[in-house]
Design a protein around this ligand. Structure first.
Ligand code: ZN
Ligand code: ZN
Ligand code: ZN
Ligand code: ZN
Length: 450
C-alpha cells in the first residue's frame, strides 16, 4: 500500500516489502534495508536459512546490522509539515480555526495553542504533537518486540504440544500393553482388577487426547491474534502523528491485555495405580546389587538431545569436588547372564537420574550412545521445574508422574523383560518386553544433583 508519505520520499527511505516508510529499519549483510517487522513477518515460518527478498542472498538468521542512522533520518521527517497532509477536519480547532499542535497528556486529546491555555487545561501537561508522537512510536516498537517474543514462545509451545498430541494414542496403547503384561495370567481374581485398570487408562487417555487437541487449537488461535495485533501496531507506526495519537491508547491497551491471556502448553500425565501383589512377586527374586569400585570413576553429562551420556575421566591428581562425588555413575559389581533378578535403587528426590542395565562392554566406553540396542535405561530429566521420564532403547517418553524414592528394577533374562517399578506406589513405571538378551547385562546407576 502506498501512503501519502511514500510519494514524498526518495526510494532509499522506502521498504521494498511493505512499500512504505521504514519502521525500525535494519540493514542485512548484503546491504539491503528493510523494516524489522516486515522481515519478522516474511520469515515467520521459514525453516531454512532466510534470504534477502531482493537479491536472494542467504542471511544468517536475524543477524542484522542495526541502523540507528536510518532511524534518525526517517523518524523526524515523518511528522514534517510538508508530508503530513491534514488527515481530517479534526486537526483544525473548531473554535480558533488553527491547527492543533499540542497533545494533552491528561485528556489524551489534541489542542491548539489557545485551547491549551484555557482554564479547563490550565493544570494539565501539554507537549508538542511531534515530541509526543516520537515517544509513542518508541513505545509501539517496544510493544511490537514484546508481542513478537510472545508469538515465538507460543509457536514453540504449539510445536511441543503437537508432538505430544501425535504420539499420545500410541503411548496410551503401549502403556496398556505394559500394564496388561504385569498381571500374571494364572491369577483369576486379578483379572477383574486388570480389566478395570485398563478401562480407566483408556478413558483417561481419551480425555487427555481431547484436552491436548483443545490446547493446540487455543494456541494456534492465539498465534493468529498475536500476528494481527503485531500488524496493527506496525500500521499504527506508519500513520500520521495526529492519527496515530488518536488510536494508540486503544491498540496498546488491547495488545497489553492480550499478552496476559497467552495459553500455556499442557503437560499431560496419566495416573498410575497400584498393581496388587506385584511387589510381593518381584521380591521373590530379590538380589542385592553392590557397586563395583574398580570400574573407573568419571563425571557424567547428558547431552540435550538425550542421545549421549558423556563420561569424562576423573583425574586422580585433580582436587576432588566433594559435591561431585555423588554425581559419579556406578556400575553394579555383578553381571547377569541368566535368571530372574529384582533390586531397588533409592533416587531420593534427585532432579535427574538414570538407572537400568547395559551390555557389559559399555563400562569401558567414555560415551554411551543412548540409542543403542543394548542399553535399557530409565531416565528422569529435569529442565527448569519440569520433569520428563524416558526409557531407552528406543528413546520413549513416559507421561506419568515423576517417581521419587525407591525404584525397583526387575530383569527376566530368558523372557527378555526389564521392568521399572515405583516402589512407594507399588505401580509400574514402564517395562521392556520380549527382548532377547545374548550378552551379559550389568546394572547402571547415576543420580544427579538434588
Ligand atoms: Zn517494510
Ligand atoms: Zn539483498
Ligand atoms: Zn483551539
Ligand atoms: Zn489538557
Amino acid at each position: 500500500m502506498e501512503s501519502a508519505f511514500t510519494q514524498c520520499f526518495p526510494s532509499e527511505f522506502i521498504c521494498s516489502i511493505c512499500k512504505d516508510n521504514f519502521t525500525d529499519p535494519v540493514t542485512m549483510s548484503c546491504g539491503h534495508r528493510f523494516c524489522t517487522p516486515c522481515l519478522c513477518l516474511l520469515w515467520e515460518d521459514v525453516q531454512t536459512a532466510p534470504c534477502c527478498p531482493v537479491c536472494k542472498a542467504v542471511s544468517p538468521k536475524m543477524d542484522f546490522k542495526s541502523t540507528i542512522l536510518a532511524k534518525e533520518h526517517v523518524l523526524p521527517t515523518r511528522g514534517s509539515v510538508v508530508c503530513q497532509l491534514p488527515s481530517s477536519a479534526k486537526q483544525l480547532c473548531s473554535i480558533h480555526q488553527v491547527i492543533k499542535l499540542y497533545f494533552c497528556q491528561t485528556d489524551k486529546s489534541l489542542l491548539c495553542l489557545f485551547c491549551s491555555h484555557s482554564p479547563e487545561h490550565a493544570t494539565h501537561e501539554h507537549y508538542p504533537v511531534k515530541q509526543v508522537a516520537e515517544h509513542y512510536r518508541e513505545n509501539l516498537l517496544m510493544q511490537m518486540k514484546s508481542i513478537w517474543k510472545k508469538k515465538k514462545e507460543n509457536q514453540r509451545n504449539i510445536k511441543k504440544v503437537t508432538n505430544i498430541f501425535r504420539v499420545w494414542e500410541g503411548f496410551v496403547n503401549l502403556r496398556m500393553v505394559m500394564i496388561g503384561a504385569e498381571y500374571p495370567k494364572v491369577c483369576q481374581y486379578l483379572q477383574e482388577e486388570k480389566q478395570k485398570h485398563l478401562e480407566i487408562l483408556a478413558i483417561e487417555g481419551k480425555i487427555v487426547f481431547q484436552r491436548l487437541r483443545r490446547n493446540v487449537a487455543r494456541m494456534v488461535h492465539m498465534g493468529k491474534l498475536l500476528r494481527r495485533i503485531y500488524e496493527e501496531l506496525k500500521e499504527l507506526c506508519l500513520k500520521a502523528d495526529v492519527d496515530m495519537l488518536q488510536d494508540v491508547g486503544d491498540t496498546m491497551k488491547r495488545s497489553q491485555l492480550m499478552q496476559l491471556y497467552i495459553p500455556q502448553p499442557m503437560d499431560p500425565q496419566l495416573s498410575t495405580w497400584a498393581i496388587t501383589g506385584m511387589l510381593e512377586r518381584l521380591n521373590n527374586f530379590r538380589v542385592y546389587v553392590t557397586l563395583d569400585h574398580k570400574i573407573r570413576n568419571c563425571h557424567v553429562a547428558l547431552t540435550e538431545d538425550l542421545r549421549r551420556l558423556q563420561c569424562s575421566p576423573d583425574h586422580q591428581d585433580m582436587p576432588r569436588n566433594p559435591a561431585s562425588s555423588e554425581n559419579t555413575p556406578s556400575w553394579g559389581a555383578q553381571t547377569f547372564t541368566t535368571g530372574k533378578h529384582y533390586w531397588e535403587v533409592n533416587v531420593g528426590n534427585s532432579r535427574t537420574w538414570i538407572i537400568g542395565l547395559c551390555k557389559e562392554s559399555w563400562t569401558s566406553r567414555n560415551d554411551m550412545l543412548l540409542n543403542s540396542e543394548d542399553i535399557f535405561l530409565l531416565l528422569c530429566v529435569s529442565v527448569e521445574d519440569h520433569f520428563s521420564l524416558f526409557s531407552t532403547f528406543p528413546l520413549l517418553p513416559h507421561y506419568i508422574q515423576r517417581p521419587q524414592g525407591w525404584i525397583g528394577v526387575f530383569l527376566d533374562y530368558e523372557c527378555g523383560i526389564i521392568s521399572f517399578i515405583n516402589v512407594a506406589r507399588s505401580s509400574l513405571i514402564c517395562n521392556f518386553l520380549s527382548r532377547s538378551f545374548s550378552f551379559p547385562l550389568r546394572p547402571f546407576i547415576w543420580c544427579g544433583p538434588k
